[in-house]
Design a protein around this ligand. Structure first.
Ligand SMILES: CCCCCCCCCCCCC/C=C/C(=O)SCCNC(=O)CCNC(=O)[C@H](O)C(C)(C)COP(=O)(O)OP(=O)(O)OC[C@H]1O[C@@H](n2cnc3c(N)ncnc32)[C@H](O)[C@@H]1OP(=O)(O)O
Length: 245
């Protein structure tokens, strides 16, 4: 009897330790995600200010990408952590949806705009940059204020309404930029592997980009409808049953 009481006692102390460990990890994860969201809000705000200043000083969009590229690359690449957050369960959202979003953006920055200098002054680059910036300032400030339990309604409203217009406009900017890149990719044969070679493989970046552009047709509606469902859930309290991925 005494021993079972002791067992009970030791069991409950193990449980208590487990619970306090979970609480500590939970607090640490919350602290990290708040820090992450504040950093990202600040980063995209810095980008917004830099873009406005550039345009006011120069009166043209030419050279804008060059002037903000370092900050853009840093913060967009840092966003890869968002996929990690979903994977480890710090953030309750779909790895697949977040993965497609983050990969396509990071790809746009590094493998299109950074790699093909001739297109950096295209209007479409400014289009997607402006749209991304507005979206991200809204999105990360939404997460931050939400986590701090002080969410102003206009930020919540902006988070779940602006995307209705901004998402298609941003995608148009991205597609037009890839389209503008195609002739340069074809001419230079960049990132392509031609036969014959010792591995007997070939890869044509030009056709790869065409496939990427075509993949927007099935993928973008999925992201867009996902956001429309989130909107109904958050703004109108609809219960949404999402399929697991
Ligand atoms: C190799 C190359 C591959 C290329 C592939 C090509 C195909 C590409 C097809 C389409 C490409 C699209 C490209 C993108 C363009 C643009 O962005 S244009 C600009 C406009 N963009 C937008 O408006 C973006 C909208 N998208 C998003 O907001 C996200 O990226 C998302 C992943 C789609 C959002 O989904 P989700 O996270 O599920 O929605 P939320 O409502 O925001 O969050 C759900 C819950 O998760 C919590 N959460 C998420 N992130 C955080 C965080 N950082 N911090 C804290 N909490 C977070 C959030 O609070 C929600 O929690 P609950 O309310 O408790 O559920």
């Amino acid at each position: 009897m005494a021993s079972s009481e002791e067992d009970g006692g030791s069991n409950s102390s193990v449980e208590e330790k487990e619970n306090s460990k979970k609480k500590r990890l939970g607090a640490l994860a919350t602290a990290w995600i708040i820090f992450y969201n504040i950093t990202m809000t600040a980063g995209w705000l810095v980008l917004a200010i830099a873009m406005v200043r550039f345009y006011m000083q120069k009166g043209t969009h030419k050279g804008l990408y060059r002037s903000i590229q370092k900050t853009l690359k840093f913060f967009q690449t840092f966003a890869v952590l968002e996929v990690v957050h979903c994977m480890v369960g710090i953030v309750r959202t779909s790895v697949l949806v977040t993965g497609v979003q983050v990969c396509s953006r990071t790809f746009m920055v590094w493998f299109i705009t950074h790699s093909i200098k001739q297109i950096q002054n295209e209007e479409s680059v400014v289009l997607y940059l402006v749209v991304w910036t507005v979206t991200e300032i809204t999105r990360y400030s939404f997460y931050t204020f939400n986590l701090l339990n002080h969410l102003p309604y206009f930020i919540k409203w902006a988070r779940y309404n602006l995307f209705i217009v901004l998402y298609p406009v941003g995608v148009a900017g991205e597609l037009l930029t890839i389209y503008a890149a195609l002739p340069f990719v074809k001419k230079t044969g960049m990132f392509s592997v031609r036969l014959p070679n010792k591995y007997n493989v070939s890869f044509d970046y030009y056709y790869f980009l065409i496939i990427i552009m075509l993949s927007y047709i099935p993928l973008f509606p999925q992201l867009y409808f996902h956001m429309l469902r989130q909107r109904r859930r958050v703004l109108y309290g609809e219960v949404i049953v999402e399929k697991d991925d």
